[in-house]
Ligand binder design. Structure first.
Ligand SMILES: Cc1ncc(COP(=O)(O)O)c(C=O)c1O
Length: 378
C-alpha cells in the first residue's frame, strides 16, 4: 500500500496525540438512544416506507441518474416540492441531497463579490464552508448577540450592495436558540436578507413542531436527517430565489439529483409527521422532564442552557469527556462525546439528544449515572 504523504501523516499523528482522532464507529443499536438526531423516533415508523412506496408507485419511472437539470428530474420531484412548499407555507421549495449541500449551494451562490455575509460565530460547518466558497466579504457576529449584529449592520449598511445574515434556530452543538424574531426584525430595519437554518428546530420548536413558519426571511433551510429521519434538505423561499438557485447553485447543478425513492420517503415522512403530532408533544414532555431532573440533581452548572432536544453537558478535556461517554455506554446508554477540535478546547461535552420515545425511567437513570460519574472525576 502506498504511504500517506508525510504532511498528512503528521496531521493524523497530531490528532492521535491529542486524543482527538476521529474514527468511523458502528452505532450501538441495542443501547438506549441519547445520541441520534431522530428526535421524534420517525425512523421506527414502518408506515413511512409503506406510504413512500405507494407515492412512488403513482409516478412513472421517468428520472434516470443525472443532474436535476438533465435526466435526474421527474414529476415526483416537482410534486414533492410543491407539497413541501405548501407544508411549510412557503412560495417555493427546492430539494437538495443533504443539508450540507443545501447550505453550500445556497450561500456560495448568493454571496456575490459586492455583498457581505454576517454569520453567528457558532454556525454549522456547512454554512462556514458555503461562506468560504462565496465571493462575498464575511464577518462573524458574537453568538446570539443582537448588539454586536446591530453594530455590524450599522457599520456596513452603506458599503455593500447586499447584506445577508445567517444563523440557526437551534445550534447543533450547544442546543440553544437564536433570537430569531429579533434578528429578522434587525434585518428588516437594515434592509438585510435573512437566512435561517432550521435543521435542529423542525419537529422540536413552535406550533406543531413547525418552528419559524412565518418568519420574514430570504431562505429557510430544512434538513431531513434530523426529525424526519431521512436524507436530503429543502430550501424554502420565493419562486425567484428557486429560479436563481436552479441557475447558479453549483451543489444542485453539478451533482446527481436526489433519487425519486428518497424524494418519496421525504414526502411520506412529512405525511406521517402530520398524522403523529403526539410525537412532537411527547418530545416536549421529555425535554421538560430532562431539565427538571438536571435541576433536581444539581447538574445545571454542567449544562448549557437549552430548551431544545440537544442538551450539552460540558466536561473539559477530550480524555475525561470520552471516559464518561464510555462509562455510560457500558451502562447501556448511547451518549456521545463531542471532542475538540469539533468544539473549542475546554468546551468538550457529552451531547444528550432527547427523543419522543425515551422513557421517563431512561431519562432519570442516565442522569443519575452521569451525576455519579461526574462525582468520580471531580
Ligand atoms: C445546523 C445544521 N445544518 C446543516 C446540517 C447538514 O445537514 P445534513 O446532515 O442533511 O447534511 C447539519 C447537520 O448536522 C446541521 O446541524
Amino acid at each position: 500500500m502506498p504511504k500517506l504523504p508525510k504532511a498528512l501523516q503528521l496531521k493524523l499523528d497530531q490528532r492521535l496525540r491529542n486524543e482527538s482522532l476521529r474514527e468511523l464507529k458502528t452505532t450501538f443499536p441495542s443501547l438506549t438512544d441519547f445520541a441520534s438526531n431522530d428526535y421524534l423516533g420517525l425512523s421506527q415508523l414502518t408506515s413511512v416506507e409503506v406510504t413512500a412506496e405507494k407515492i412512488h408507485q403513482q409516478y412513472p419511472v421517468d428520472a434516470k441518474p443525472g443532474s436535476r437539470l438533465l435526466t435526474g428530474n421527474s414529476q415526483l420531484h416537482y410534486d414533492c416540492e410543491n407539497y413541501l412548499a405548501d407544508f411549510y407555507q412557503a412560495e417555493s421549495a427546492l430539494l437538495f441531497n443533504s443539508g450540507y449541500t443545501a447550505n453550500l449551494g445556497l450561500i456560495s451562490a448568493i454571496g456575490l463579490r459586492q455583498s457581505l455575509i454576517l454569520f453567528d460565530e457558532l454556525v454549522h460547518a456547512s454554512i462556514r464552508d458555503g461562506i468560504s466558497l462565496a465571493q462575498a466579504k464575511s464577518y462573524k457576529f458574537k453568538h446570539n448577540n443582537l448588539d454586536d449584529l446591530e453594530r455590524k449592520l450599522q457599520q456596513y449598511a452603506h458599503e455593500f450592495d447586499s447584506i445577508y445574515v445567517i444563523t440557526e434556530s437551534v445550534f447543533s452543538m450547544d442546543g440553544d436558540q437564536a433570537p430569531v424574531e429579533k434578528i429578522s426584525a434587525l434585518c428588516k430595519q437594515f434592509n438585510a436578507h435573512f437566512i435561517l437554518d432550521e435543521a435542529h428546530a423542525i419537529g422540536v420548536l413552535g406550533k406543531e413542531g413547525l418552528s419559524f413558519q412565518n418568519i420574514n426571511s430570504l431562505a429557510r433551510v430544512i434538513t431531513f436527517g434530523k426529525s424526519f429521519a431521512q436524507h436530503g434538505a429543502v430550501i424554502l423561499g420565493s419562486e425567484a430565489l428557486k429560479s436563481y438557485l436552479v441557475n447558479f447553485s453549483r451543489s444542485l447543478i453539478y451533482t446527481t439529483a436526489i433519487s425519486t425513492q428518497q424524494t418519496a420517503l421525504i414526502w411520506a415522512a412529512h405525511q406521517e409527521f402530520k398524522k403523529n403530532l403526539s410525537l412532537a408533544h411527547q418530545l416536549q414532555t421529555n425535554i421538560a422532564l430532562f431539565l427538571e431532573q438536571v435541576q433536581q440533581l444539581q447538574l445545571e452548572d454542567y449544562f448549557i442552557t437549552s430548551q431544545s432536544a440537544i442538551q450539552s453537558c460540558i466536561i473539559s478535556g477530550n480524555s475525561a469527556c470520552k471516559s464518561i461517554a464510555e462509562a455510560l455506554q457500558k451502562e447501556q446508554f448511547d451518549v456521545r462525546a463531542i471532542l475538540s477540535p469539533t468544539v473549542p478546547k475546554g468546551k468538550e461535552r457529552l451531547r444528550f439528544c432527547l427523543h419522543a420515545d425515551n422513557s421517563p425511567q431512561e431519562i432519570k437513570r442516565v442522569l443519575a449515572l452521569l451525576k455519579a460519574k461526574l462525582a468520580s472525576i471531580s
